[in-house]
Design a protein around this ligand. Structure first.
Ligand code: NAD
Ligand code: UDP
Ligand code: UDP
Length: 323
């Protein structure tokens, strides 16, 4: 729906009331665009978008992406999907439907509108990787029938759909494979490691390391990630991805726990709990492609990003105590 007189776009962000989606919307509004935030509020919350009400360029639509959607927009960012293991395993069938039916509906919408569409894919498409670090050319090592499969296979199938709509219908697609991302507006109870450790440290509860803590992850601050989304969306038509977006600095989970304890001055003690099924042993993105095609690399160090996230959770916990 190209506009005749201005460069302002009308942009649909599915999953916009979630952690990453709400940061993306802030950036798009800052750039002067109009945004429709679509969300069924399964894991997202109105708190993440409260500050946007009253902005005439912002609109919230409560809707589930597994159902068809008829709107008129110029671009689509498809982020709707629970992302933390606790949430996506709560109703695994709905998780697969969200990724697969959600992708079909959003691709159908993009096909009717002939508009660009971005998919928030994930490093989970690599499963428990046997190639390290993971380049986009690695096909992954995913268990198709385990407890993480609803998420991993759903996202893999969504990628397949994106590439088939691209080949079959000539759609312009942008697929980002996102690695572990953290920052303000993560849900305090969503079970992901950064939010768990910080909330546990701030409230003086035991810090729960699953397994022996030797497994690794690479943590990207949300502002860096969103910058990568915008750069990928702005590329020429022939750039489809998939492109890894993540921070290549790799930490063990034990190192992360120590860092959070030191930073918060917490008296919490570290305890060890069983490792969940199919928990990947290691994960680090190869971001060579993002560097060469997008000129992108993360700039926020873990120490700095953690300080901002600790500040955020300090406020959240205060509000929860007062409520
Ligand atoms: P989040 O849970 O905060 O956000 C997901 C949003 O999608 C929520 O607001 C939720 O209510 C909404 N949603 C879920 N199912 C829906 C449905 N059927 N219809 C409409 N809305 C629905 O998670 P996030 O961390 O912001 O993740 C955003 C996207 O990025 C997800 O697609 C996720 O898979 C992907 N991703 C995130 C990470 C990460 O580390 N955070 C890593 C890889 C990929
Ligand atoms: N769709 C939608 N909005 C639109 C166009 C399509 O939600 O504006 C959905 C519709 O439910 C359809 C799906 O997208 O089932 C896939 O559309 P497509 O045109 O690719 O397939 P078809 O309609 O031929 O099954
Ligand atoms: N983890 C942990 N303690 C927690 C939460 C998670 O040790 O309280 C571990 C988890 O087993 C995994 C890593 O931290 O090895 C990252 O977990 P998260 O759920 O954040 O992301 P994902 O496994 O999807 O990368």
């Amino acid at each position: 729906m190209a506009r005749l007189y201005d460069s302002r776009k009308r942009i649909l962000v599915t999953g916009g009331a979630g952690f990453i989606g709400s940061h993306l919307i802030d950036r798009l509004l800052d750039q002067g665009h109009e945004v429709i935030c679509l969300d069924n509020l399964f894991t997202g919350t109105k708190r993440n978008i409260d500050h946007l009400h009253g902005n005439p360029r912002f609109e919230f639509m409560r809707h589930d992406v597994t159902f068809p959607l008829y709107v008129e927009v110029d671009e689509i960012y498809n982020l709707a999907c629970p992302a933390s293991p606790v949430h996506y395993q709560h109703d695994p069938v709905q998780t697969t439907k969200t990724s697969v039916h959600g992708a079909i509906n959003m691709l159908g919408l993009a096909k009717r509108l002939r508009c660009k569409i971005f998919q928030a894919s994930t490093s989970e498409v690599y499963g428990d990787p046997s190639v390290h670090p993971q380049p986009e050319s690695y096909w992954g090592n995913v268990n198709p029938i385990g407890t993480r499969s609803c998420y991993d296979e759903g996202k893999r199938c969504a990628e397949t759909l994106f590439f088939d709509y691209h080949r079959q219908h000539g759609l312009e697609i942008k697929v980002a494979r996102i690695f572990n991302t953290y920052g303000p507006r993560m849900h305090h109870a969503d079970g992901r490691v950064v939010s768990n450790f910080i909330v546990q440290a701030l409230s003086g509860r035991d810090i729960t390391i699953y397994g022996d803590g030797s497994q690794t992850r690479s943590f990207c601050y949300v502002d860096d990630l969103v910058e990568g989304f915008l750069r990928l969306m702005a590329t020429d038509e022939d750039v489809t991805g998939p492109v890894n977006l993540g921070n290549p600095r790799e930490f063990t989970i034990a190192e992360l726990a120590e860092q959070v304890v030191a930073m918060t001055g917490s008296g919490s003690k570290i305890v060890y709990e069983p490792l969940p099924q199919d928990d990947p042993k290691q994960r680090r993105p190869d971001i060579g492609l993002a560097k060469s095609t997008l000129g992108w690399e993360p700039s926020v160090q873990l120490e700095d990003g953690l300080v901002r996230t600790v500040d955020y959770f300090t406020d959240v916990l205060k509000t929860l105590q007062e409520a």
